[in-house]
Design a protein around this ligand. Sequence first.
Ligand SMILES: Cc1cc2nc3c(=O)[nH]c(=O)nc-3n(C[C@H](O)[C@H](O)[C@H](O)COP(=O)(O)OP(=O)(O)OC[C@H]3O[C@@H](n4cnc5c(N)ncnc54)[C@H](O)[C@@H]3O)c2cc1C
Length: 324
Amino acid sequence: MSVLLVLEQSDGKIKRASWEALAAALRLGPAESITAAVIGAQTAALAAEAAAKPVGKVVRVEHPLLAQYTADGFCAALQQLIQNESPTQVVFPHTYQVRDYAPALACRMGQVLIGDVVGIDDGPLFTRQLMQGRLNGSYRHSGNGPCFVSVQAGAFRTDGIDASATAGPAPITTFTPTIDAAQIRCKPGEPFRGSEQTVDLGSAQRIVSVGRGIKEAQNLPMAQELATALGAELAASRPICDNGWLPMERQVGSSGQTVAPRLYLAVGISGAIQHLVGMKGSQCIVAINKDPDAPIFEVADYGIVGDLFEVVPALTEAVKAAKQ
Ligand SMILES: Cc1cc2nc3c(=O)[nH]c(=O)nc-3n(C[C@H](O)[C@H](O)[C@H](O)COP(=O)(O)OP(=O)(O)OC[C@H]3O[C@@H](n4cnc5c(N)ncnc54)[C@H](O)[C@@H]3O)c2cc1C
């Protein structure tokens, strides 16, 4: 088993989703079997960042025509790298950029991309969610050639990565692909810039998330007090953000952020499928809901059936008392 891990960068730093892809790659084989690729025109700093992680080696895929991302340039460069390295698996983070070029790259090489993977079992057997998370499908690569896999944000925890780093930095080599300017059919525009995020829910260890059960915006400070006592971030279901009670960056779910904290406390959230897909990877889920049949209890490790206006203040007091 040999794994080629394709890292993605933003503003000269490797994206967190790439380290989650490394966590997934480590399920496929030991660090020594992993080759991490950084792509661009000047990749020295990126390569040094990658070399400090548990990987066998780092390859700088460098060419002036890779200075700006284009699907044609990335496909051409990676196809040559894959032919050179002959990995059994090629692993990507499931980012917008990867969605743009990785299916075409896999297709060029006579393969398919097993996209948006949320689990890896022995075999390897890859799990993908179907029908907005209602079903899980298992996929196994068959035939010759590398298996292309992209991994969902938040599905693989990066906790152990630094701890399992090898003694010294991994060796770094450079690979210069042959790319002709005529091969690049697309003209790169201004890179998309998302709205400035002041909160990174994806890496929060504890989250208190509020839903429509909170009734009114003026009741939010009660949930914030519990979050503060727990040292948690405040998040919400979609209606709360749609109402403008909390900013969109705090929305969890299929059209919000995917989170995987150690503790996810769902307060007055029913557990609609679009919400569950964003948080069911949490390590411990606690739900407070007055309806004993609320679907959130199906994924909860601990459930409190009760009125949140009684439970939340009592819990806050209990947490504060426990800390004294
Ligand atoms: C395309 C699409 C994308 C979507 N994306 C997202 C998404 O990213 N994230 C998301 O969250 N939703 C998303 N939704 C919306 C989703 O379908 C649900 O409508 C939404 O998650 C419901 O939010 P809620 O649980 O807060 O509200 P509700 O479903 O109204 O649930 C409120 C809950 O509070 C409980 N409750 C009420 N009062 C109390 C009380 N006093 N004490 C205790 N419990 C109480 C009720 O029993 C109920 O279970 C999306 C929908 C679509 C169609």
